[in-house]
Ligand binder design. Structure first.
Ligand SMILES: [Zn+2]
Length: 227
């Protein structure tokens, strides 16, 4: 069977037998796929140096007649993030890996855009902005000026309840001030808006509750005891 070639991001590496890896990729044209990298755990395997997350990859594989395809080549291109952002990049990939499941045709462009947002917004707000962006395109978030329940436009303080932003008439919950909402919108669209520490904590808490609501295990930065 003819080989297929595509641009890819590496999401997961799972040991298989003593010498091989099952690799999950998000690809530009083929969505999320799992491929067997035979011998990839051997010390001299060419895959060892190239099968890295957080890089642009070009991969080639032979589709399986019935089951999983076989990775035949992996070329490592540019790094997606500066080294200081690697840990947050891996957190982002862990969330991406839960949002785009196997067989999903989407995810590559979206993940690259989220990764770019992380890179541009940097250490303090980059991960918050990137995850918010992904949750928005997943359809789990509404916009920050309207009640997500009744649709009314709200200028004053709103409420955060069960991973929803609602108006006073629709219920109660943690206050989300107009200023905080404006700062979040600003941080998403520009690198010049800095949230206060308290504001960033609130934003982090909102994201944590959305992840929890959808059964996604929080990564380190979204754990409740994160400081
Ligand atoms: Zn409402």
């Amino acid at each position: 069977m003819a080989e297929i070639r595509d641009d890819a991001l590496l999401l997961r590496r799972i040991p298989f037998s003593d010498t091989s890896l099952i690799c999950h990729f998000l690809t530009a044209e083929h969505g999320r796929i799992a491929l067997m990298a035979k011998g990839a755990r051997r010390p001299k395997s060419a895959f060892r140096a190239s099968l890295e997350p957080l890089y642009d990859l070009q991969i080639r594989w032979r589709p399986g007649r019935t089951g999983m395809g076989t990775l035949t080549d992996c070329h490592r291109g540019n790094s997606l993030l500066e080294p200081a952002l690697s840990l947050q990049g891996l957190e982002l990939l862990a969330i991406v890996s839960r949002l785009f499941q196997e067989g999903d045709p989407h995810g590559f462009e979206e993940s690259k855009a989220a990764m770019a947002l992380l890179g541009e917004r940097g250490l303090q707000q980059g991960l918050l902005a990137a995850v918010w962006y992904l949750l928005t395109i997943s359809g789990w978030l509404g916009d920050l000026s309207h009640c997500w329940q009744c649709g009314k436009k709200v200028e004053q303080t709103m409420r955060w309840q069960h991973a929803n932003l609602i108006c006073d008439a629709c219920g109660n919950g943690l206050p989300v001030s107009a200023g905080l909402r404006k700062s979040i919108v600003g941080a998403l669209s520009s690198g010049h808006i800095r949230l206060s520490v308290a504001g960033a904590d609130s934003w982090r808490g909102m994201i944590r509750s959305v992840l929890a609501e959808h059964g996604i295990k929080p990564t380190d930065s979204f754990n409740p005891d994160y400081s």
